[in-house]
Design a protein around this ligand. Structure first.
Ligand SMILES: Nc1ncnc2c1ncn2[C@@H]1O[C@H](COP(=O)(O)OP(=O)(O)O)[C@@H](O)[C@H]1O
Ligand SMILES: O=c1ccn([C@@H]2O[C@H](COP(=O)(O)OP(=O)(O)O)[C@@H](O)[C@H]2O)c(=O)[nH]1
Length: 252
């Protein structure tokens, strides 16, 4: 397993990957190259002793809101979306175990014979022994997102930080895909994200982190080495917490 002499800033992290990240260059489904690269990057963290919990979205397969727009019942669509996150979790476990990283999948929806049912105390035990734990099936409830599930599980298992991996370099003054002049924030507090309606996470997720004082860092998963850099204290992406900004508000 790869290792580095650097010390991690965090003992336990909750890493949120969007389902879309797993698509890579494909238009649907899972790109095995992406899975293998993620497994390598997560292995580097495990190698320096970081305890890794993960939540993976399902947007590469199904989203309840999109299915609803196409005519399906919303709750049925959300159930399909949650099942999609289980499929992604199985694929990620497979990639991690091929890299010799012990991995557990715990689902919020019981799925006997396929994956374990989520149990907080067991999850904490697995994390303590160094296994990667993938929390699947979101919160188990319709009308929620996997961002909310990531924040919820992060708070429950007492992670030091929620790391939200996304397609852009962090949180910007406006959507950087639509507004090329948008500036990236180095730091924000929860109220700024809420007041300025910055499209980084849904409101439920942000309010949950604010109410439980859980820091969130948004970073670009397509940037090689970004994850390893930020866990050792590198200035990647945007940090969201309860503090006022000290120093530069924006990245260069
Ligand atoms: N203020 C903002 N800062 C950064 N990204 C933003 C902002 N507003 C909208 N976005 C968009 O949000 C997307 C990331 O959201 P994310 O939740 O990771 O995607 P998904 O919904 O696929 O999980 C980016 O690709 C970006 O285009
Ligand atoms: O607690 C949850 C989490 C997810 N979902 C459903 O699962 C889909 C996939 O999750 P998400 O959209 O968050 O995935 P991502 O955008 O991260 O790929 C969502 O659209 C919802 O339909 C849900 O109903 N409850």
């Amino acid at each position: 397993m790869p290792s580095t002499e650097k010390q991690s800033k965090y003992k336990r992290i909750l890493l949120k990957l969007s389902g879309e990240a797993l698509m890579g260059e494909e238009s649907f489904g899972i790109d095995s190259n992406v899975l293998n690269r993620m497994a390598l990057e997560i292995g580097q963290l495990v190698g320096i002793g970081v305890q890794v919990g993960m939540v993976i979205g399902g947007g590469n397969l199904f989203r309840g809101a999109a299915l609803n727009a196409a005519g399906l019942d919303r709750v049925t669509g959300d159930h399909m979306g949650m099942l999609a996150t289980v499929m992604n979790a199985l694929a990620m476990r497979d990639a991690l175990e091929r890299s010799n990283i012990n991995t557990r999948v715990m689902s919020a929806i019981p799925m006997s014979g396929v994956v374990d049912h989520y149990d907080r105390r067991n999850a904490m035990r697995y994390l303590n022994q160094g296994d990667v734990v993938i929390f699947a099936a979101g919160t188990g409830n319709p009308f929620f997102t996997t961002d909310s599930a990531a924040c919820l599980r992060g708070i429950e298992v007492e992670a030091d930080v929620v790391l939200k991996a996304t397609k852009v370099d962090g949180v910007y003054t406006a959507d950087p895909v639509k507004e090329p002049t948008a500036r990236r924030y180095r730091h924000l507090n929860y109220d700024e994200v809420i007041e300025q309606q910055l499209g980084v996470m849904d409101l439920t997720a942000i309010c949950l982190t604010r109410d439980h004082n859980m820091p969130v860092r948004v970073f670009n998963m397509n940037k090689p080495g970004a994850l390893a850099n930020l866990v050792v204290g590198g200035d990647e992406g945007t940090l969201i917490d309860c503090s006022e900004t000290v120093g530069e508000k924006y990245a260069e």
